[in-house]
Design a protein around this ligand. Structure first.
Ligand code: ADP
Ligand code: MG
Length: 544
């Protein structure tokens, strides 16, 4: 180099000018490359954020749609808490992984390949040093993976657990207060929380080894390069500048491998989440839609034919050998002690569950032939627990309607004896109803739930213990209004009170999931001891 410099001076060239020119031109090239790379980084960051959030939005949407199609059997199978974790925390894991993959995986191989090419250009004799570095990283990552992998599934399950306990506690606050069991609940939460923390800490500690480990490998490699390089420089085989360049390139290669490695360490967590999400998306509802082309008549003749059923994971039969008919224009009552299977009857008619033996028909067709939406359009259902939704009173009543119809809503509310109290609320039909209807009393909720079903004008109605929270006078008024309004429909009333059922056209007495008696009031008093027992417990001999 000194000799060439002398030649330049002899030739009259200014070596400072030459050097400066070189530095400026190369420097500008470098600066523009850095600028370009910064711009691309921004674009890449934007794109990956966009793809990540869109992906998680789509996954959440599909999860939600899927869960809506589930029958209670599947929801119970996954558990509500787990379904929530799966559509929040698990989706987030997948989103994070996607962003990371896009940002790094596109970048790391380019750095690795570019670095390798450069290394072979500058000092091919020293590539083995890089080999050693990459190997060290490989061993480190493999160990980390072995340690953390089994913990990841556990981690998501523990989050499920926390969600489950929080849901239960927050939902049951009043009962917890009333029974003074805050301490026990607190303990329960503490132990679940502690478990989650310790697993999470373990995983993070293991991950914490990564950074220092990375530094160790990088500095070790530099040291090796200097050691090996110094010898070659001494022998005049290598220039100092080339050695510095070699160090830079090898750092790039190693950090590229590290990035890839880091992704492969965190990938298992995302994979666990992917599996949990796929589990939901791939689950099929056990309740299948009927064939597309079947258009039912809408007369509303309901028949149970030798129906037997037991709940999933329950060994006892909730219903066995149930047969009866309910005709349009009649009122059928179902009475029986709690746990005798009355609500189960309604659940089967609504196809929340499918019968295991026998069949249920409407107008002579098995209800499994109906499209689910059609079936549920045919039946007006008032559930035992009156569940309302956040929104206005009017919206809650128009819940089953395609569009809001003020006249229908008001008429239904009037028949359900809900008109008076709704009108007296602030805002009337526009009054706000809190989530679950928690700002209404039990009887008010029940009346709104009855109005919601009545507004639908269905050929079949089933009221599952829907008058239980009403006082006797309101109960009577509602039933009178219903009898008038639904005089052409098939009405099934599940009830506890003799006064509610005694004037019905047909009374079914359920006991332990079997029909203990069927007929009219007078007839049953004589033939059915269970009925007589219920009757006598509520009315005196004289009233009967
Ligand atoms: P009723 O409405 O007459 O009070 P149900 O029809 O609700 O009674 O319940 C009938 C039986 O089925 C009861 O013994 C109850 O324990 C059982 N049962 C109800 N729901 C479920 C369920 N989701 N899973 C398992 N068993 C259930
Ligand atoms: Mg019930």
């Amino acid at each position: 180099a000194a000799w060439i410099l002398k030649c330049y001076t002899l030739l009259g060239a200014d070596d400072r000018d030459i050097q400066m020119g070189y530095i400026i031109s190369e420097g500008l090239k470098m600066l523009s490359l850095v600028f370009l790379s910064a711009c691309l980084s921004v674009v890449l960051g934007y794109l990956s954020a966009y793809v990540g959030s869109s992906l998680s939005r789509d996954i959440r949407e599909r999860l939600f749609k899927k869960v809506l199609s589930f029958s209670p059997a599947e929801t119970d199978g996954f558990s509500v808490a787990s379904l929530i974790t799966r559509s929040t925390s698990d989706v987030q894991q997948v989103q994070m992984m996607t962003v990371m993959l896009m940002r790094m995986v596109s970048y790391a191989p380019i750095m690795a390949i570019g670095g390798t090419i450069k290394v072979f250009e500058t000092a091919p004799s020293m590539w083995w040093v890089i080999g050693v570095g990459v190997l060290a990283i490989g061993i480190m990552l493999f160990t980390l993976m072995r340690l953390t992998m089994p913990r990841f599934r556990l981690l998501q399950n523990l989050i499920d657990n926390i969600n489950r306990i929080s849901r239960e506690t927050l939902g049951g606050m009043m009962v917890i207060r009333a029974f003074g069991s805050e301490k026990r609940e607190n303990e329960r939460f503490k132990s679940a929380n502690g478990e989650l923390t310790s697993v999470s800490l373990f995983v993070n500690r293991v991950m914490g080894v990564m950074n220092p480990g990375m530094n160790l490998v990088m500095n070790g490699t530099t040291l090796l390069i200097v050691l090996a390089g110094a010898r070659q420089i001494g022998r005049g085989l290598l220039q100092v500048g080339d050695m510095m360049a070699f160090i830079t390139y090898s750092m790039q290669i190693i950090s590229a491998f590290l990035t890839l490695g880091m992704i492969s360490v965190s990938a298992p967590r995302a994979l666990v989440s992917v599996g949990r999400i796929a589990g939901v998306l791939e689950a099929e509802s056990s309740i299948k839609d009927g064939p597309e082309d079947f258009e039912p008549q809408r007369r509303g003749e309901v028949a149970f034919e030798n129906v037997s059923f037991s709940y999933p994971q329950s060994p006892v039969k909730a219903l066995s050998g149930i047969s009866f008919r309910a005709l349009p224009g009649t009122v059928t009552a179902v009475i029986g002690q709690t746990g005798s299977g009355k609500s189960t009857l309604a659940n089967l008619l609504m196809r929340f569950y499918d019968v295991q033996q026998g069949r249920i028909t409407i107008d002579g067709r098995d209800i499994r032939d109906f499209k689910l939406t059609t079936l549920r359009d045919i039946i007006g259902y008032v559930p035992q627990r009156s569940l309302l939704f956040s929104g206005t009173a009017g919206e809650n009543i128009a819940f089953g309607l395609e569009s809001y119809d003020e006249k229908r809503v008001r008429a239904a509310a009037a028949d359900a004896q809900a008109d008076r109290f709704i009108s007296s609320m602030e805002g009337g039909y526009g009054a706000y109803i809190a989530q679950g209807g928690s700002n209404l009393s039990g009887g008010q909720k029940q009346r709104v739930a009855i109005a919601r079903a009545l507004a639908k004008n269905s050929p079949v109605y089933i009221f599952d213990d829907s008058f239980s929270a009403l006082d006797l006078k309101t109960d009577l008024k509602v039933r009178e209004a219903i009898a008038q309004r639904l005089s052409k429909s098939t009405v099934i009333i599940i009830a506890q009170r003799i006064s509610t059922v005694m004037n019905c056209d047909n009374i079914i007495v359920l006991s332990g999931g079997k029909i203990a008696g069927m007929g009219r009031h007078r007839q049953l008093l004589e033939t059915c001891p269970q009925y007589k027992e219920i009757a006598l417990s509520q009315l005196s001999e004289k009233e009967l």
